[in-house]
Ligand binder design. Structure first.
Ligand code: THG
Length: 659
C-alpha cells in the first residue's frame, strides 16, 4: 500500500515542485485562454479553461523528480478571486485544480516512488494585522471553502504558504479545521512563512515568533518560502530547525529578483546551497518558489538524493509571542509583565479609557515596555463600562504600538477570545481556575487549542482560594491533571498563580501568607517542573504608603524569584532594584512580609510616612534652578508643570533649554 504523506516524510527529504507562475508565462497564453480579457492574469481560472496546460506543468515537475506537486490554487480563495468577480467559483476551481494535480501525481506514482499532492493556499491579498480590508471571520470562511474544494479534489496535504501575517494563518488554520469537521476527514497541514530581507515577515515577526505563534496548529512541517534566495534563509532555517517539533521545509526563490523581476540563481547554484542545508540536517522538504524551473527541481532532486532527512532534536520550549517572542527559561526569570494597562489597577488608565483616549492609553503599554516590561497585562473590566467594546478598541491600538506579547486579564471568555483574534502572536490568558468546578476550564481551553495561547491558572478551587502551601500545591496538581490529561493542554503552556495576599491590611486570615506563597512556588515548581509560575506582586503591598510599596514589592519579588518564580506582574516603571535597597528598608520589608504583626506593620508604615515628609522638605528646599536640573537628571516629573510655569516667567525659552 502507498505510504501516507507523513510516513514518506520520515523516510526522505521530499522534493517539492518549482514555480507555477513562471511556467504559465512561458506557455504564452492569450486573454481567451483565461476566459476573456476580464480574467486575464487570473492563473487559477486556467484550471478550468486550460487544464491541459496546468496538467503538463505538473507532469514536467514530476518528470524532473518532484515528490510533491502543488495545486495551481495559490490565489483560489474567494477573497482573491473577488478581484476578478469570480469569488463564487472558488470551490469549483479548487476541486478542478486538485483533480489535475492528483491525476498527474497518480500517473507518476509507483510503489518505489510514491508522489503526493499539496493543496496550495496563499496568503490572500489582505493581511489582518496590516492592511485590513477583510475580517477574521471572512478569512476563516474563505479558507474553509478552499480547503473543502482541495480535499474533495483529492490532495494529500494542505499547504498554507507565503505567510506574511500569522493572524491570517490562524484564520486559515481555523478554516481548515472547520473543513475537516464538515467533511469528516483530516489531512496533514504544512505551514510556510515568508521572511523578508529585513529579517521578519511583513507583519514584523521573526521565524521564532512565527513558529511559536502557530505551533498550536500542529503542522506536519513549518518552513520558509519565496522572498529571497536560499542564502538569506540560512540563519532563519538554522533557528527554525533547532526549535521545531515537526518537519522543516524550505523552498526559496531562484535568488533575489533584479529590477525587471528576473531571477538569476542557476539550477546548480540553488541545488548546491540547498544541499549545504540538508548536510546540516535542517531539511525535510525542499523545493523552489518564484523563478525556479523544472531544471532547478531536477538539480535539487539529484543533489539531495543521498541526504538524510532532519530528525527532531529540540525539546519543547515554553514561549509566548506578540510580534516578538519571549522564552520562559531558567536563565531569564522572572519575566516582567507590565501591570499598568489595567482599569482596576490604575486610575490613570481607567480615566483614559473612559475618555476614549485609546492612543494615550496604549502609550502606557509602551512606557511599561520601555522600562523593561516583556509582556503587557491588559484588563478592561471596569464594572461601569462595556468590557468587550473597550477591549476591542484598545487592542486595535495596543497591537500596533507594542511588540511584546499580550496577557488578556479577564474573567469573560468572550473577551479572552477577542484578545486572541487581535494577536498575531501567542498571547497569555489571565486567568482560569476551579472556583466554579470545570466551567472555566471548559469555556477557555477550546480557545487555547483554536488560537494558540498560554494560560494562567489560579490556585482557587470550589472551596475557595488556596492560602497554605499544601493547598496551593494540591489545587495546582489537580488543575494540571485536568488540563493536561483531560483537556490536552501542553504543560509548557500552563502558568500557575499561587496567589498573593496583602500583608498590610491587618487581615487575620492572610497572616503568614507571604511565606506560604513563596513556599507554594517552590512546591509547585518541584512537582510540576514543565509548568511556569506567576504572581501579581503588587497585591502584596495594597494599602501601604506609596513610598514603601515599591520597596516591599521588590523584596517580595526577590524572595519569590529565589523560590523559582517565572513571571512577575509589576509596575516596571517603578520597580526598585533589590540590590539598591538600603539594608534598613530591606529588613523592615522582610519583617513585614514574613513576620506580619502589628509591630512590624507599624514600623514599616511609620518609616515611610516619615520618609515622605523628609523628601517633601528636601525638594522644596531646592532653588527653582536646582529643581529644573533635577527633572532632567532624574527624569522625574513631580512638580514639573508648576516649576516650568515659574521658569517661563523668569527666563526666555532659549535660556531654559540651554541651561
Ligand atoms: N494575578 C494575576 N493577575 C493579576 C493579579 C494577580 N492581575 C491584576 C493584579 N493582580 C496585578 N496588577 C496590579 C495592578 C495594579 C496594582 C496592583 C496589581 C496597584 N495599583 C494601585 C493601587 O490599587 O493602589 C493603583 C494606583 C493608581 O491608580 O495608579 O497596586 O495577582 N494572575
Amino acid at each position: 500500500m502507498k505510504p501516507t504523506f507523513t510516513e514518506q516524510l520520515a523516510r526522505k527529504i521530499l522534493i517539492l515542485d518549482g514555480a507555477m507562475g513562471t511556467m504559465l508565462q512561458q506557455a504564452k497564453l492569450s486573454a481567451e485562454d483565461f476566459g476573456g480579457e476580464a480574467f486575464e492574469g487570473c492563473n487559477e481560472l486556467l484550471n478550468l479553461t486550460r487544464p491541459d496546460v496546468v496538467r503538463s506543468i505538473h507532469e514536467t515537475y514530476l518528470e524532473a523528480g518532484a515528490d510533491i506537486v502543488e495545486t495551481n490554487t495559490f490565489g483560489a480563495t474567494s477573497v482573491v478571486l473577488a478581484e476578478y468577480d469570480a469569488a463564487d467559483r472558488d470551490i469549483e476551481i479548487n476541486i478542478a485544480a486538485a483533480r489535475l494535480a492528483r491525476e498527474a501525481a497518480d500517473r507518476y506514482s509507483t510503489a518505489e516512488w510514491p508522489r503526493y499532492v499539496a493543496g496550495s493556499m496563499g496568503p490572500t491579498t489582505k493581511t489582518l494585522s496590516l492592511t485590513g480590508g477583510v475580517t477574521f471571520d471572512e478569512l476563516v470562511e474563505a479558507y474553509c471553502r478552499q480547503a473543502k474544494g482541495l480535499i474533495q479534489g483529492g490532495v494529500d496535504v494542505l499547504l498554507l504558504e507565503t505567510a506574511q501575517d500569522t493572524l491570517n494563518v490562524k484564520a486559515g488554520g481555523i478554516g481548515i479545521r472547520r473543513a475537516f469537521a464538515e467533511l469528516g476527514r483530516e489531512l496533514p497541514v504544512m505551514l510556510s512563512g515568508t521572511i523578508e530581507p529585513m529579517g521578519t515577515t511583513l507583519a514584523g515577526q521573526n521565524i521564532e515568533a512565527f513558529y511559536v505563534s502557530l505551533e498550536h496548529l500542529k503542522p506536519v512541517t513549518v518552513g520558509l518560502n519565496c522572498a529571497t534566495g536560499p542564502e538569506f534563509m540560512r540563519d532563519h532555517l538554522r533557528t527554525l530547525s533547532a526549535l521545531a517539533q515537526c518537519g522543516v521545509s524550505c523552498y526559496p526563490n531562484a535568488g533575489l529578483p533584479d529590477e525587471n523581476g528576473h531571477y538569476h540563481e542557476t539550477p546548480h547554484g540553488l541545488a548546491a546551497k540547498m544541499r549545504a542545508f540538508a548536510e546540516q540536517g535542517w531539511l525535510n522538504v525542499a523545493g523552489g518558489c518564484c523563478g525556479t524551473t523544472p531544471a532547478h527541481i531536477r538539480a535539487l532532486a539529484e543533489a539531495l538524493k543521498d541526504c538524510k532527512p532532519r530528525t527532531i532534536q529540540a525539546k519543547p520550549v515554553s514561549a509566548v509571542s506578540g510580534i516578538e517572542v519571549v522564552y520562559a527559561e531558567e536563565d531569564n526569570r522572572p519575566l516582567l509583565v507590565g501591570e499598568r494597562t489595567n482599569v482596576i489597577g490604575s486610575r490613570k488608565f481607567r480615566d483614559l479609557i473612559a475618555a476614549g483616549q485609546y492612543e494615550e492609553a496604549s502609550d502606557i503599554a509602551r512606557a511599561q515596555v520601555k522600562r523593561g516590561a516583556q509582556i503587557i497585562d491588559i484588563c478592561l473590566a471596569d464594572p461601569d463600562r462595556d468590557e468587550y467594546a473597550d477591549m476591542e478598541k484598545f487592542l486595535q491600538f495596543v497591537s500596533k504600538k507594542v511588540k511584546a506579547p499580550l496577557m488578556i486579564d479577564s474573567t469573560d471568555a468572550r473577551v479572552m477570545e477577542l484578545g486572541l483574534r487581535y494577536s498575531q502572536g501567542k498571547a497569555i490568558l489571565n486567568s482560569i481556575n476551579l472556583e466554579d468546578g470545570l466551567d472555566r476550564f471548559s469555556q477557555v481551553v477550546p480557545l487555547i487549542h483554536r488560537y494558540g495561547a498560554a494560560v494562567v491558572v489560579g490556585t482557587i478551587a470550589e472551596e475557595g482560594m488556596a492560602v497554605t502551601r499544601e493547598k496551593k500545591l494540591e489545587v495546582a496538581k489537580r488543575s494540571y491533571d485536568l488540563l493536561v490529561n483531560r483537556f490536552g493542554v501542553k504543560p509548557q503552556d500552563i502558568i500557575f498563580d499561587p496567589l498573593v495576599f496583602p500583608v498590610g491590611t491587618g487581615d487575620e486570615q492572610y497572616i503568614g501568607s507571604a511565606r506560604e506563597t513563596v513556599e507554594g512556588i517552590r512546591l509547585i515548581k518541584q512537582a510540576l517542573p514543565d509548568c511556569k509560575t506567576i504572581l501579581g506582586v503588587s497585591n502584596v503591598s495594597f494599602g501601604l504608603p506609596a513610598a514603601g510599596r515599591e520597596v516591599l514589592n521588590a523584596v517580595f519579588l526577590y524572595h519569590t524569584t529565589l523560590a523559582g518564580l517565572d513571571y512577575a506582574i509589576v509596575n516596571t516603571e517603578k520597580l526598585e532594584r533589590y540590590a539598591s535597597i538600603p539594608e534598613e528598608e530591606r529588613k523592615l520589608a522582610e519583617a513585614l512580609l514574613f513576620e506580619t504583626n502589628d509591630e512590624t506593620l507599624a514600623a514599616f508604615t511609620e518609616f515611610y510616612r516619615q520618609k515622605k515628609k523628609e523628601a517633601k522638605v528636601e525638594t522644596s528646599s531646592l532653588s527653582l534652578e536646582e529643581r529644573l536640573a533635577r527633572y532632567v537628571v532624574e527624569g522625574s516629573k513631580d512638580g514639573l508643570v508648576e516649576d516650568l510655569r515659574q521658569a517661563r516667567e523668569k527666563y526666555a525659552p532659549l535660556e531654559i533649554i540651554n541651561g
